[in-house]
Design a binder for this molecule. Structure first.
Ligand code: PLP
Length: 458
């Protein structure tokens, strides 16, 4: 697979962009292309020291190559380097951001909302919890122990108290534990993760909304990784499907186009159900907001300068691949989901006892995790690391993750999971559409690597 699947795509578009500014006097640009060429040679060499993220045999972390149209549009915008802080810095790209964000909100069925892009999911979550804190000062934020670590840190930055509730054996927020926190009467916001970063677990948003009706609190949905699965409910099992069906009841929501949305880094998104929270952002800028009476995105965002190119790339991608159920983008997501289910199935039917998938159910989205069979957790952890390394020598790149040992022990799946420590497991995020077609080759390499490691052991 070529690193750049469509070389030359940019040059025609760049010519067109130049013609847009043709009325300006010509610019002399004395540039030493030889020197630049030398530096770029060094850059190419340095970049070779990376895992091959663009290749389907990279099946480790959440790393998905941006779509060629996103890359070309981003590079094209770089000729201008717009800044979406204000219309002065990015008139066209601000409009494109507003349109692209409206399409994302539309995917969740939100017609009325306030929202914008951010440079990351972390920043997007920070804004959501900041607004939550403004609305309920002194009240606590509660998330599951499997929520992204950023929530605890963000809460500390915002000086909001944060509490964790245990997860069940599938990594989903435990409802009894949540209700115990709610009974204390001081919970302002519950962070509901639709797609945890470790294993893609989907918190039961539908049932948490039922608790919201009883106890009254704000619901923030963190779907930085999982949000796009909203497009393929038919590919999900019913608990996850019911959870995603509840998003209209959330007060705020985060999704990362730079995770599953085929975008280069620097593209998160936050949405608020109630547009009037824009009042908390109110400020004046003596420098920027004077060329237009229309909304400047900096007026509803905590960040000032932001890459207009990120908005341009997102707009281009969603124009080519609209966020519609059954569309090409949705089908790409479904392929990764299918690959994950197949890998989980292969691990379960292996029969050798070497692989131990989650005891209480299959993956909910497109992340597969499994423990290695061994006498002790320490041995299982060591095996995971050895197989991880042996796969890499076969050009297959997986990831490692520390998970509660109890998730892999056969037990009462409705009961809470006893704390018996952590074990290092193998983890594979199958988020590229190509992973489906490559699964047999991935499996072959995993089997070869595992056989080597288990043989060495005996
Ligand atoms: C990745 C992730 C984040 C953090 O987003 P960044 O874009 O990496 O800053 C937050 N929450 C969840 C659930 C994530 O998967």
């Amino acid at each position: 697979m070529p690193i750049d699947p469509v070389p030359g795509l940019l040059s025609r578009a760049t010519e067109l962009l130049e013609s847009e500014f043709a009325s300006l006097p010509a610019l002399e640009a004395p540039i030493d292309t030889t020197a630049i060429g030398e530096v770029l040679k060094a850059v190419s060499h340095r970049l070779g020291d990376n895992y091959p993220y663009f290749h389907p045999l990279y099946a480790g972390q959440m790393l998905k190559p941006p779509h060629p149209v996103a890359r070309a549009a981003y590079a094209l915008a770089m000729n201008l380097n717009p800044n979406n802080h204000a219309r002065d810095g990015g008139r066209a790209s601000s409009e494109m951001e507003i349109e692209a964000v409206r399409q994302i909100a539309g995917m969740f069925g939100w017609a009325e909302f306030l929202g914008h892009l951010t440079s990351s999911g972390t920043l997007a979550n920070l804004e959501a919890l900041w607004v939550a804190g403004q609305l309920a000062p002194g009240k606590r934020i509660v998330g599951s122990e499997q929520a992204h670590y950023t929530h605890r840190r963000i809460s500390a930055v915002l000086k909001l108290e944060y509490a964790e509730v245990p997860a069940d054996r599938l990594g989903r927020m435990g409802l009894e534990a949540l209700e115990a926190e709610l009974r204390k009467g001081d919970v302002g916001t519950v962070v509901v993760t639709l797609g945890t970063t470790a294993i893609g677990a989907v918190d039961p948003l539908d049932r948490i909304l039922a608790l919201k009706a009883r106890y009254g609190f704000r619901v923030h949905v963190d779907s930085a990784y999982g949000g796009y699965f909203q497009l393929i409910p038919e590919a999900l099992e019913s608990p996850a499907r019911r959870a995603f069906a509840g998003v209209s009841g959330a007060d705020s929501l985060v999704i990362d186009p730079h995770k599953h949305g085929l975008q280069p880094y620097g593209c998160g998104c936050v949405l608020f159900r109630d547009p009037s929270v824009g009042r908390f952002y109110k400020h004046d800028s003596p420098y920027t907001y004077f060329t237009s009476k229309q909304l400047h995105l900096g007026e509803i965002s905590l960040e000032c300068s932001r890459a207009g190119a990120a908005a341009v790339a997102l707009w281009a991608t969603q124009t080519l691949l609209p966020l519609t159920p059954g569309g090409e983008f949705a089908r790409g997501l479904a392929k990764g989901r299918a690959a994950a289910k197949r890998l989980d199935g292969l691990l379960r039917s292996d029969g050798s006892g070497r692989f131990r998938p989650l005891a209480c159910g299959a993956p909910e989205l497109d992340i597969v995790v499994w423990k290695l069979g061994a006498e002790t957790p320490a041995e299982a952890s060591e095996l995971a690391q050895d197989i991880f390394a042996a796969c890499a020598t076969r050009d297959l790149h997986l990831a490692l993750v520390q998970l509660p040992l109890s998730w892999f022990q056969p037990a009462d799946c409705d009961g809470s999971s006893p704390d018996v420590g952590l074990v290092t497991c193998l983890r594979s995020v199958l988020m590229k559409p190509e992973h489906d077609a490559w699964l047999e080759r991935i499996w072959e390499r995993l089997m070869g690597a595992s056989a080597d490691v288990f043989e060495r052991q005996t």
